[in-house]
Write a protein that binds this ligand. Structure first.
Ligand code: HAM
Length: 432
């Protein structure tokens, strides 16, 4: 006698999401918007496998992303990880193409990423991330173009992006400002990267706790305070007064704002030195995108310039810049703002054979309609008509085709338009 198995949990692994059909429809719509925007800017799509070499993520600065790796030894004893982000994979793939790749290259991808993070609203252990990156352009016109693409996506899906009260804001900084400022405080190299990772936490933990982290890192209180002073600077004018006009980071931000103007997006950009980003590979512009209503204190997206990453992996020095735009926060915001479009019909047509004797005819009719391009569901339940109408409503169908014994005998079908009239049509005039 077989013993009954214990019922397993229906829940997915903690932090992972099941995607039910209604949610899948939303995901497909979101991804198609991302793809369309990328393509309108002339970007090419790429992808890779989810499992990567762990070595790709080992960084001296102690990035959180490395601590959050889903890593393991595979059966061949290779240390691998589920990718936490796409950027190192992109760098590896660009390196693999070497000189064969004409630059600049504009590539986009929508990878699934895994991070063993503490779960919070807007943060899961698995998410999809729209990435657009430009390889081989050192001008900040590249940054401006990428922001313009993000802007275009938000506009397409219904965010208010212009006027006096836009619903989005790019907070932008440049690590060169911080780099030269910290160099004056004798903080350079790996210490600089470590400092960036620590001060990136300021938004979440506040000034005092950040100062504590800096002191623990070996930067004594007066220097730590000086760093915090820089982070409270907003606007180009204030920045110029603070670091001087010749500062390279300031010049770069100035230039970026000019380019942004040419894209018509400068109204949604603010210079904010508190934006640092928690990834050590960024070398220049860094930015984060926020919803101004601020019901979710999380960035919608983040990006930056990382001109040394390829070199640090053993490749040729190559300027690179890009962004990652997750699916979790934007979906929450779109739901909150009522911007998720109504789901498209699952089936435009329902064919209803009243008994199994009409199945063959129903299949023939369905096939003819499918070949015309309609989405057709044949309801084989032989339930009462009322139930069929319910199915039609649920599927968003506009037409129900009824074939009963009488219709079969007379070689006709009754065509019912949902919410409208019925007519009898000769099957030979429809069937192929
Ligand atoms: P990131 O800021 O770590 O940057 O992630 C980018 C975006 O991915 C975030 O703004 C957020 O939308 C989403 N995201 C990240 N972690 C999670 C999570 N645990 N749950 C839900 N969403 C999440 C990067 O990953 C860089 N590689 C982006 C980049 C591309 N920089 C240059 N090119």
């Amino acid at each position: 006698m077989g013993s009954k198995k214990e019922r397993i949990s229906c829940a997915p692994v903690k932090g992972m999401r099941d995607v039910f059909p209604n949610e899948m429809a939303i995901r497909n719509w979101l991804f198609s918007e991302w793809k369309t925007v990328s393509q309108t800017f002339g970007f090419e799509e790429y992808d890779s496998a989810i499992v990567e070499s762990e070595a790709l993520y080992v960084r001296k600065a102690g990035d959180d992303i490395t601590k959050e790796l889903y890593n393991f030894a595979d059966k061949g004893n290779r240390m691998v990880a589920l990718r936490p982000e796409m950027t190192p994979t992109l760098a590896r793939m660009i390196m693999a193409q070497g000189n064969a790749l004409p630059l600049p290259a504009r590539w986009f991808s929508i990878p699934q990423c895994f991070r063993y993070q503490r779960m919070q609203k807007g943060r899961k252990r698995e998410h999809f991330q729209w990435n657009m990156d430009i390889v081989g352009l050192s001008s900040t016109i590249a940054e401006a173009e990428l922001m313009a693409a993000q802007y275009m996506f938000l506009k397409r899906v219904g965010f208010v992006v212009d006027g006096d009260e836009p619903q989005i804001l790019f907070r932008v900084s440049n690590r060169l400002v911080l780099e030269s400022y910290l160099a004056d405080l004798n903080i350079t190299g790996d210490d600089f990267s470590k400092t960036c990772i620590n001060i990136d936490k300021r938004d979440k933990i506040g000034d005092d706790a950040t100062k504590k982290l800096l002191v623990e890192q070996g930067i004594e209180e007066p220097r730590a305070q000086k760093i915090l002073d820089l982070l409270s600077i907003t606007g180009l004018d204030e920045l110029c007064t603070f670091v001087g006009e010749s500062n390279q980071g300031y010049q770069s931000l100035l230039e970026l704002m000019e380019h942004a103007q040419s894209f018509g997006i400068s109204n949604v950009i603010t210079i904010d030195l508190s934006v640092v980003r928690g990834l050590s590979y960024y070398t220049g512009t860094v930015w984060e995108l926020f919803d101004t209503a601020g019901s979710l204190p999380r960035a919608i997206a983040g990006g930056g310039r990382y001109d040394n990453l390829l070199e640090s992996l053993g490749g040729n020095p190559t300027p690179m810049v890009g962004f990652g735009f997750g699916d979790v926060v934007i979906t929450l915001l779109l739901e909150e703002k009522g911007l998720i479009p109504k789901r498209k019909a699952i089936a435009t047509d329902i064919v209803y054979p009243m008994s199994s004797k009409e199945f063959s005819l129903a299949n023939k009719l369905a096939q003819t309609l499918r070949e015309k391009g309609d989405n057709v569901l044949v309801d084989y339940t032989t339930r009462r008509f009322k139930a069929v109408i319910k199915t039609a409503e649920k599927h968003g169908a506009t037409t129900v085709w009824i074939i009963g014994p009488q219709e079969r005998e007379n070689n006709v079908v009754r065509k019912k338009t949902m919410g409208g009239s019925q007519e009898e049509i000769s099957l030979s005039s429809i069937l192929l």
